[in-house]
Design a protein around this ligand. Sequence first.
Ligand code: GRF
Length: 191
Amino acid sequence: MVNIAIFASGNGTNAERLIQFFSDSTIVKIKLIITNNDQSGIVNVANRYKKNLQIISKNTLNTYADQFIDFLITEKVDLIVLAGFLLKIPQKLVTAFPKKIINIHPSLLPKFGGKGMYGINVHKAVIESKEHETGITIHYVNEEYDKGEVILQEKCKVDSFDNPDTLSDKVKRLEHYFLPLAIEKIVSKQI
Ligand code: GRF
């Protein structure tokens, strides 16, 4: 069994999708949910599906990275999925989980990545730049924001009538469809 920890700071729709997709899986278990935001939708998702939820502050993540890594190891976490996690992952964690941390980003990286490029900011920037297409990138996490090796990219059209909200919906649909499939592929290589 491959144990997954999902790190999320927002609504948690991707986390919910993963929990549902892998609910009957014999190879993947969503073991833990980690958030830095106890007011976010992800807390409700974790409670609704009775998942072990841990709330961690930015300070704790950075100051007690070793203890946090020990905790993840004790919980037998094999893969970390960042699904809208807004804190930077400390180098120690990246080193402790080489090629075992993946992130989903709502644009076609390297376009519209980097600091400040999250959530609706990404879709606003795509519209302002008059792009004809956008999409999602699933990639490994290294020490630089949004710069790890790309695992998968999927595109969608930006129509003339699109605004940041409609674009966000289109991109979310891609995320919900492809993130579980990408994880399935990664995991089947690991087994
Ligand atoms: C997603 O758009 C993901 O690409 C980005 O954060 C968002 C999380 O959305 N990294 P949700 O909380 O899963 O709805």
